[in-house]
Design a protein around this ligand. Structure first.
Ligand SMILES: Cc1cc2nc3c(=O)[nH]c(=O)nc-3n(C[C@H](O)[C@H](O)[C@H](O)COP(=O)(O)O)c2cc1C
Ligand SMILES: CC(C)CC(=O)C(=O)O
Length: 361
């Protein structure tokens, strides 16, 4: 029985090739940050208010022009066809049906146009909420064409991942010899547009030479809102403001890039402070429960993202699994709001969160 997100991980573990399970579950090096993300939430306690609740709670949010049924979105995760044959098509249908924002990974194994078409077909009466995650490629002509493709496909915001000047190192992947997608799977957004072998697919380039000038370049080449994913230093948050960025997705890549960085929820108050309310701060990393969502929102996040939970849902039970994972998080969020005496997300304020004394959490 799937009672919570962790139940999906257990089933996914039994279903998946252990090499692919490790790819998804794993983090960088000693996995200190991977563990810290969940522990960060566990160390925080909630302090509910009483006698001020409401019969029906409002969970919907509006973010960068996208309406969503809840402040939980699908963080970008690569290679969905590695865990289920329908891959991102199933994920997109589930997200659209749940009214959740899906951030399509640049490294999706289904082309962004097809992902968008699947989402639209799932909810013919409304526009599904899709954003696109981008690794800025040093080949700016290619990057520009990709941004155009994502925009024309119907993605309405760009989430630029900036924590990957080089790829993080997962020792699980190394031990397992997992370096490439298996035969038949490709990053469909990386197809050559011209030149190269017909139908050939590029490798994603992680470039240490990317700079704020590239963000400025992107700002000039798109009218879509730009969010930066992976800014962790408050000084970089302030720089993001100066470079006209529209939002931050506070993320340590689920502990997959630099190991030993703090958990995202521990950094959240400082980052919220750094931007001083001028742009929304979203957060991902370690969100597994409705209580985690409430803690993050109370501390100032505009929304949270989930990465692995979606992949576990997909691996365990395809589209239905992703649907259920999103439903569970929504139900838990609603239930937690009720127990906290919050009638809406606006009632979530920092005073509802306490740091558990050391040794007790
Ligand atoms: C299997 C997997 C693939 C990922 N692929 C991407 C990606 O393509 N682009 C990206 O910006 N982040 C990627 N991430 C990071 C997620 O967007 C997100 O930051 C992270 O998973 C959040 O932590 P959580 O898994 O604890 O929810 C990936 C994470 C996982 C687990
Ligand atoms: C390197 C990407 C293709 C995928 C990614 O970001 C990840 O696996 O964390």
């Amino acid at each position: 029985m799937f009672l919570n997100v962790r139940d999906f991980e257990e089933v996914a573990r039994t279903r998946l090739d252990p090499v692919y399970y490790d790819y998804v579950a794993g983090g960088a090096r000693d996995e200190v940050t991977l563990r810290a993300n969940e522990e960060g939430f566990q160390r925080l306690s909630l302090l509910p208010r009483v006698l001020r609740g409401r019969e029906k709670r409002e969970l919907d949010v509006s973010l960068f022009g996208s309406r969503a049924s809840m402040p939980v979105l699908l963080s970008p995760t690569a290679f969905h066809r590695l865990v289920h044959p329908e891959g991102e098509l199933a994920t997109a249908r589930a997200a659209a049906a749940a009214g959740a924002i899906m951030i399509v990974s640049m490294a999706s194994t289904v082309a962004v146009e097809e992902v968008a078409a699947a989402a639209r077909a799932a909810v013919p009466d409304r526009a599904p909420a899709l954003w696109f995650q981008l690794y800025l490629q040093p080949d700016l002509e290619f990057t520009e064409a990709l941004v155009r493709r994502a925009t024309e496909a119907g993605c309405t915001a760009l989430v630029v991942t900036v924590d990957s000047p080089v790829l993080g190192l997962s020792e699980r992947n190394k031990r397992n010899g997992f370096t490439d997608l298996p035969e038949g799977l490709r990053c469909e957004n990386l197809r050559e547009l011209r030149g190269g072998e017909p139908g050939s697919v590029r490798q994603i380039v992680m470039s240490p030479e990317l700079s704020w000038e590239h963000v400025d370049w992107l700002r000039r080449h798109t009218s879509l809102p730009i969010l930066l994913k992976g800014v962790l230093h408050p000084e970089d948050a302030r720089l993001a403001l100066r470079h006209g960025v529209d939002g931050l997705l506070l993320s340590n890549h689920g502990g997959r890039q630099l190991d030993s960085v703090p958990s995202t929820v521990d950094l959240l108050p400082e980052m919220v402070d750094a931007v001083g309310g001028r742009i929304p701060v979203l957060l991902d990393g370690g969100v597994r429960r409705g209580t985690d969502v409430v803690k993050a929102l109370a501390l100032g996040a505009a929304a949270v993202g989930v990465g692995r939970p979606v992949v576990w849902g997909l691996a365990a039970d395809g589209e239905r699994g992703v649907r259920r994972v999103l439903e569970l998080l929504r139900e838990e969020l609603d239930h937690t709001l009720a127990l906290c005496g919050a009638g809406s997300l606006r009632d979530l304020t920092p005073d509802l969160v306490r740091r558990t004394p050391a040794g007790r959490g």
